[in-house]
Design a protein around this ligand. Structure first.
Ligand code: 0X9
Ligand code: ZN
Length: 430
């Protein structure tokens, strides 16, 4: 079926390991498989192989990393496949090490907090451990004490706080329509959190420095930025399995763990074709809409933003360099202000490209990529009346070979900088 997602229904059979052991991708070979409109059948054939899908989700092909012991069995299937990488673990190394910022001497954390300074931009030179991110947000809040607060929308399955930062301007808190960002619903998409951190940093810095454009944004909007929708999954990618996607909630009757938070929202949740009903799938939607603690908490929080309305919602993902507009659940459905959304997305894409040439494709999400049901932008646009409700798929681009979920640390700052230019255009235009 056309609407069947290219990444639906794949059972990920990564070897079960004790919590402290890391899943090794040594010797995993990555293949690009052309589906020739036969995605469902191909997924049935590869079901049972030790393999993990590392696609950005284009519908005519997908990328699969196959464990060394199953490469022969995979090749015997005779699929239209080409080899992208001899060894996934070598590609994963390109990301660079996770380095603590606050434990390093050069960060001067205590001195900076005393001076109420923003964190140094060297924050963006490496990927950081989970715990450092909360410290980074408290440091930003301390640097903007009269115009921000840290809020907690609730707890994840494993009890971690799903926190965010709320920024406001001269009209006081909660008096303007919301600009609302979510990061890291998919655990392995590491570039998402640093990019929303970069945008937050620039907003605070611009306000503090009396930048006229940034001040104009604060006259019109309140900002609500949640960097880790799925903290348990993110911690799992740092401790055990770099390519984990879902949350870490077990389900009865299966040894497979995790629900896809971007299929669990209560909008068109049960419409067929855009999510999986199998707990072993990467796009498992859950047993009922909103039955994950993360999405339940965020649903309640989102409701509280309706008083002033949601002007713009962005769910930050990677990868593929896409700006995806409503809707995901149906390839014909369009938002009432579709033309306006297309025009703002076009300008956003040009503003990004003007920085250093990075190309972002834009269009309605189902027809541009593939169908998704129960996704957060669909919920925000379709159920909450958000005027602009988008998915942004960050760097790298779609043809990125073996694993686009791994973006070299040297590109974090550039990825943030091009998004800042793009988002300034968007905020100045909507
Ligand atoms: O599948 C998803 O949830 C998103 N892609 S990802 O590779 N980051 O997992 C895409 C969501 C956008 N919505 C649609 N394509 N309908
Ligand atoms: Zn994603």
């Amino acid at each position: 079926m056309r609407v069947q997602s290219a990444i639906t229904a794949l059972a990920v059979l990564v070897t079960t390991v004790a919590a402290e052991d890391r899943v090794s991708y040594d010797g995993y070979k990555v293949f690009r498989i052309d589906t020739h409109d036969n995605s469902e059948e191909i997924h049935r054939l590869i079901d049972g192989l030790h393999a993990v899908e590392v696609s950005c989700g284009e519908s005519d092909h997908f990328e699969l990393a196959v464990a060394p012991e199953d490469v022969e069995a995979f090749q015997a299937l005779g699929l239209d496949a080409s080899l992208l990488s001899e060894d996934l673990s070598v590609d994963l190394e390109l990301e660079g090490p996770v380095e603590s910022f606050y434990e390093s001497e050069e960060s001067n954390y205590t001195i900076e907090v005393r001076q109420q300074a923003l964190p140094a931009l060297s924050w963006f030179s490496s990927y950081r451990p989970y715990a450092d991110h909360a410290t980074f947000f408290s440091q930003m809040q301390a640097a903007f004490p009269q115009n921000s607060r840290i809020f907690n929308v609730g707890n994840s399955h494993q009890g971690r706080s799903i926190y965010g930062i709320h920024l406001w301007g001269p009209n006081g808190q909660g008096n303007r329509p919301a600009i609302y960002f979510h990061g890291t619903v998919h655990a392995r998409e590491w570039i998402s959190a640093p990019v929303v951190e970069y945008l937050t940093w620039q907003l605070i810095n611009g306000y503090r420095n009396n930048d006229a454009l940034v001040r104009s944004f604060f006259n019109k909007y309140d900002f609500y930025i949640v960097p880790f929708v799925n903290p348990d999954g993110f911690v799992h990618t740092q401790s055990s399995d770099r390519l984990w996607r879902k949350n870490r909630q077990p389900r009865s009757g299966t040894s497979c763990v995790g629900t896809d938070g971007n299929r669990n929202w209560n909008f068109q949740w049960s419409t067929p074709g855009g999510a999986s009903t199998s707990p072993c799938s990467e796009t498992y939607r859950g047993q009922a809409a909103g039955d994950t603690p993360e999405i339940r908490a965020l649903t309640t929080f989102t409701n509280s933003l309706r008083t002033r309305g949601i002007k713009l919602f962005i769910d930050w993902h990677s990868y593929g360099q896409y700006i995806l507009l409503p809707y995901g659940y149906n390839c014909q459905a369009r938002a009432p202000n579709h033309n306006a959304q297309m025009s703002v997305a076009a300008g956003y894409s040009s503003a990004i490209r003007a920085v250093s040439g990075t190309r972002f494709t834009y269009g309605p999400s189902c027809s541009t990529l593939y169908a998704t049901t129960g996704s957060s932008p669909d919920y925000m646009g379709g159920a909450m009346g958000a005027e602009y409700a988008w998915t942004v798929e960050l760097r790298p681009g779609p043809g990125s070979g073996s694993s686009g979920f791994v973006l070299p640390a040297g590109q974090i700052a550039a990825s943030g900088a091009e998004q800042w230019e793009g988002i300034k255009y968007v905020l100045n235009t909507i």
